[in-house]
Design a protein around this ligand. Structure first.
Ligand SMILES: [Cu+2]
Length: 117
């Protein structure tokens, strides 16, 4: 009698614990893990020119051209300064980082990232 009553209480508690553990694991695999995105600069283009990122993600730009470039916010709120041949620069994106950017030396080079919460 005693044993039966105890297992009747313990089993649902264990089930609840298991659900809690699994849902935490599911959350960890979700967007909460920061990602790293790579944008290559080649032939005077940002590739890819459009990117979806989440707050906390890092974007790495790699200059594959032989000429220097910059990665500069269109509103000038952030700027890589000069990135030489084979150089790279990275930035961690916040929820309010402006995503539209260009190269100061070659203003036809335009690209953007969109922040998805
Ligand atoms: Cu450039």
């Amino acid at each position: 009698m005693h044993r039966q009553r105890r297992s009747a209480i313990v089993a649902p508690a264990l089930a609840a614990l298991a659900i809690a553990v699994f849902s935490n694991m599911a959350d960890a695999a979700d967007n909460s893990t920061p990602r790293r995105h790579v944008v290559e600069i080649q032939k005077l283009k940002f590739v890819p020119a459009m990117l979806e990122v989440s707050p906390g993600d890092t974007i790495v730009w790699v200059n594959r051209d032989i000429v220097p470039h910059t990665i500069t916010a269109t509103d000038k709120s952030w700027d890589s300064k000069i990135i030489k041949k084979a150089g790279e620069w990275q930035m961690e994106v916040q929820g309010d980082t402006p995503g539209s950017y260009l190269c100061r030396f070659h203003p036809v080079m335009k690209a953007r990232f969109t922040i998805v919460q």
